[in-house]
Write a protein that binds this ligand. Structure first.
Ligand code: HEM
Length: 436
């Protein structure tokens, strides 16, 4: 189970059906489900009764303070309503140019690396996407060294939180050995850097970024958020958007590397829709095939391979009793790979997501961005980001999987490639032909 939970849980699904109970680490009982009716109940219909897990609320809250990821109830609802405006159509269109500029800058660095030989795409894509998210939040002028510091802090602190959760018996040692303090200090340094940007903005001209949305947002009493709350909400958006789009893109490029037919079709679509024009948020619905390709990659490799919740009060779905305090694991990977919901589930088949096939899908069996009120707030942003990066990479490069490697998924908090994904990039010889 610790080595490969996906393999074990999928086998249990085959043996015991859509919903079963297990003892995690031999101790805590959890209910694991891919049953669409149970998923709909837990994530949507009775979402109020299912809070986020301990790792998100207590451990992350210790480092990240209060924010969308770590709060419940009315406090969460109010914040969600305010922050949502930062991800509406108008705002995403405004963010598009910051994202494009950041991408262009990052791709220069990427180019220097891929010229030399094969690269592991995972850390490179993470660097590219993180810079885009960080600049969308704090503005185009966010310095490279500040982005690196915050990114390094998030990676290190996240790894520490995972250790604290997986090895709780080590926590007294982490406290006395100074490890806990070391990670708290890192967080304090990153906070100070970002707080300086917030203070500068308070006293300077407005921007067109998410920071400005957070600053302009008003509660019903007309008051705005404090600098400290803006800081913790920003940090939580950075954490949530840190490794998700890059993870999705890594698996997408891996899948595409064996499908030159799909690559050509996506290239032609980008060409037909945009020609030489820049990609903005209003263009997103025009990329039907590219969207199908992305959706299918997110089905096969959902970055969040499971979503965990805890029942606040006794509950029941059909004949399944869910006692108060029990853990419910929505097994996203299992739902995406279940033969009873998907034909030939292991095949990369983009037609599943063609518009005409939409009605064939069972609701609540496709959950890359979660579902219900706590579903991903950054889903549309992520789709825009993935399309932008894919377009620029396909315009510039042909790419191939480097030989002699085993590609395997490692389900930690998110579904990472266990040994990375090494690829060779060569410049495209001529621009892809346009379809008349
Ligand atoms: C392909 C990329 C992404 C995927 C697959 C993804 C997936 C998810 C999922 C599954 C959840 C729900 C978790 C749960 O119910 O416990 C979630 C929540 C969230 N995501 Fe994303 N995400 C992505 C990108 C982003 C980006 C780019 C941002 C921000 C810039 C973001 C911000 C958030 C936030 C703040 C939440 C918590 C929402 C709340 O609790 O109200 N995500 N995401």
């Amino acid at each position: 189970m610790a080595q490969n939970p996906v393999q074990v849980l999928s086998r249990y699904n085959e043996t015991f059906g859509d919903t079963f109970r297990i003892h995690i680490g031999g101790l805590k009982e959890a209910m694991v489900t891919i049953d669409p009716a149970v998923i709909q109940h837990v994530l949507k219909t009775n979402a109020e009764n299912y809070q986020k897990s301990e790792i998100q609320v207590r451990r992350m809250g210790h480092f990240l303070g209060k924010g969308l990821l770590t709060t419940h109830g009315e406090a969460w609802r109010t914040q969600r309503r305010l922050i949502q405006t930062g991800f509406d159509k108008k705002q995403l269109e405004a963010l598009s140019s910051i994202m494009r500029d950041s991408l262009a800058e990052s791709l220069q660095d990427f180019d220097r690396h891929v010229r030399v030989g094969p690269v592991d795409i995972y850390p490179h894509l993470m660097k590219i996407t993180f810079a885009m998210v960080a600049r969308s939040l704090f503005g185009a002028r966010l310095k490279d060294e500040d982005i690196d510091l915050v990114s390094h802090t998030i990676c290190t602190v996240q790894e520490f939180i995972v250790r604290q959760t997986l090895q709780p018996y080590m926590n007294p040692w982490f406290a006395v050995s100074g490890k806990l303090r070391k990670h708290e200090d890192m967080r304090t340094r990153a906070d100070a850097v970002l707080l300086a940007y917030i203070k500068k903005r308070r006293n300077g001209p407005p921007g067109h970024d998410l920071l400005q949305t957070l600053m302009d947002a008003r509660y019903s009493d007309g008051k705005g958020m404090s600098d400290e709350l803006i800081l913790s909400e920003s940090m939580q958006l950075l954490v949530a958007g840190h490794e998700t789009s890059s993870n999705a893109l890594s698996w997408l490029l891996y899948l595409l590397s064996s499908r030159p037919d799909c690559i050509e079709r996506v290239r032609q679509e980008f060409d037909t829709v945009l020609g030489e024009a820049p990609l903005g948020y209003s263009d997103v619905p025009k990329f039907e095939f590219a969207t199908q390709v992305i959706c299918e990659a997110l089905r096969l490799y959902p970055p969040f391979w499971m979503i965990d919740r805890m029942a606040v009060a006794d509950d029941r779905v059909g004949d399944i009793a869910i006692p108060r305090g029990s853990m419910v694991i929505v097994y996203v990977y299992g739902a995406h790979h279940a033969p009873r919901y998907w034909e030939n589930p292991e095949n990369f088949d983009t037609e599943r997501f063609a518009k005409e096939n939409e009605k064939l899908r069972t609701p609540f069996t496709y959950l890359p961005f979660g579902a219900g009120p706590r579903g991903c707030i950054g889903g549309n942003y992520a789709m825009l980001q993935i399309l932008m990066i894919l377009r620029d990479l396909l315009r510039t490069y042909d790419f191939q999987l480097a030989s002699g490697q085993v590609i395997e998924a490692r389900p930690m908090v998110i579904l990472r490639p266990k040994h990375g994904i090494r690829m060779t990039f060569t410049k495209t010889i001529a621009p892809a032909p346009c379809i008349a």
